[in-house]
Design a protein. Structure first.
Length: 459
């Protein structure tokens, strides 16, 4: 089928969110009135985000803090009138950080700000002192000969640029995702990377890494971007080796319990596959996880609540607050396995902060053009443009990909997201309530349409 040319509607699609109140509400959207009201004054998403970050704080996967977060979230959902609220437990491998120090020993002695990367091993208590070998980008590390890093610390220093769609993460991410494992396979005793982030604060960005089969984990950490800049300058002027003392003492707790929090807005026809809206409840331990991802959970729950306020939807709306996303998508995998025989109609996830939604994507643009057009028209008054990009879904809706069903991506503005991502700066004060409300309004429109769709969504 031909792709729709939305040039005829380009002007409405580009209307800024701040002017959305002046635009007509699309009458065909079942929860249009509730979406319009949410744009002006929703407090549910803020209430969730403020509450869990204040009363629970950081919620690292597999720890007692994450368990407190699940209990808090279940109580909140019950108070908001959700049905079938439950915890679905599973076991996972749990890693926690310890002492973290890095200092240049020579030729320019000074301390640096570093944080350990998840799933890495510990140095001896006194640390590792070794020569640093610099790689300006990941490709240079790939090209390094086998054994060339024996006894040395690898430093991967390529940087990340801010982008609206977050695409810079795909370029910079391998330094963290697989860089330490690659360096270890070439003999490195430890790895340091430039933080995968776009800020210039002296806050290092944590995050998980991995090691290939047959390669033992080694100590690995991320330097703050200013410290990485400083180390690069040292390499430009040093006339001999640069050595570092690195102290990282994370430890494995073995198998501990995590869990997924689930809840529902019950539909009028339980025989129809439900609409799955997802986020992840855990966070890294450095900040309070406001942007990543308490706000996402607040957004999806608030939208479901607003759709219910418009009248009982045709389809059930199932809410998934996934656990243990940050350390290996444990919750997503567990949910997909536990519910493999329960078809869903469509999956959506909010896990990219709380800044305004600017683009709508689906994987049924051509196979179900009528539904695609209705959603595109319904979100246009909120400043959201359509896209021909095929939606692939967030990390916590594995079940949608495994079932090869419909997926919607509501793309948020990621320009400043990676300033905060996995840092101590991921705190409530970074949430812009006006942009948070625009998210809730758009989600309310979209979920309202999907939850009241009588025909199959994926065709």
């Amino acid at each position: 089928m031909k792709k729709f040319a939305f040039a005829l509607a380009a002007l409405p699609f580009l209307v800024p969110a701040t002017l959305a109140a002046q635009q007509p509400v699309i009458p065909s959207a079942p929860a249009a009135a509730q979406a319009h009201a949410a744009l002006q004054g929703d407090m549910s998403a803020w209430d969730f985000t403020e509450g869990i970050t204040t009363e629970v704080g950081p919620r690292q996967a597999g720890t007692p803090a994450e368990a407190r977060g699940r209990e808090w979230a279940m109580n909140w959902l019950r108070q908001q009138g959700f049905a079938n609220v439950a915890n679905e437990p599973y076991m996972m491998d749990t890693w926690v950080r310890g002492e973290e120090r890095a200092a240049i020993v020579s030729p320019f002695p000074q301390a640096m700000h570093i944080t350990a990367l998840g799933n890495t091993s510990a140095t001896p208590p006194g640390g590792i002192t070794a020569e640093i070998v610099q790689f300006l980008n990941y490709a240079d590390l790939v090209a390094a000969p086998t054994g060339s890093l024996a006894g040395k610390i690898a430093f991967i220093s390529h940087d990340m640029m801010p982008t609206q769609d977050g695409s810079g993460y795909g370029f910079a991410g391998p330094a963290r995702w697989t860089g330490p494992g690659l360096a270890a396979s070439k003999g490195a005793v430890a790895t340091i990377i430039r933080s995968v982030g776009t800020d210039d604060h002296r806050n290092p960005h944590t995050g998980g890494t991995s090691f290939p089969a047959g390669v033992a984990p080694t100590p690995a950490g991320a330097l703050s971007n200013p410290d990485a800049d400083n180390l690069e300058r040292m390499f430009q002027r040093a006339t001999g080796p640069i050595t570092m003392n690195l102290v990282l003492t994370p430890r494995s707790l073995g198998q501990t319990e995590s869990g997924n929090v689930v809840a529902e807005i019950t539909g009028r026809n339980p025989a129809l596959p439900p609409v799955l809206v997802a986020c992840h409840l855990d966070s890294w331990d450095l900040g309070t996880g406001a942007m990543d991802d308490a706000s996402g959970c607040g957004i999806v729950a608030a939208a479901a609540k607003h759709v219910a306020a418009a009248g009982q939807p045709l389809r059930t709306i199932r809410v998934l607050f996934a656990g243990a996303e940050e350390t290996g998508l444990w919750g997503s995998k567990a949910y997909a396995a536990a519910h493999a025989d329960e078809p869903i109609a469509v999956g959506l996830e909010s896990d990219f902060g709380a800044d305004r939604i600017w683009q709508f994507q689906s994987n049924f643009t051509e196979s179900n053009p009528d539904l695609y057009r209705r959603i595109a028209e319904a979100v246009a008054p909120f400043g959201v443009a359509p896209s021909a990009i095929v939606a692939t879904g967030g990390a916590d809706i594995d079940i949608a990909r495994e079932q090869n069903t419909a997926i919607v991506d509501l793309q948020q503005d990621g320009t400043r997201y990676f300033d905060l991502h996995h840092t101590p700066d991921d705190t409530l004060d970074k949430i812009d309530i006006a942009q948070l409300r625009q998210n809730v309004a758009v989600w309310t429109q979209v979920v309202g349409i999907l939850a009241n769709e009588r025909e199959p969504i994926a065709r």
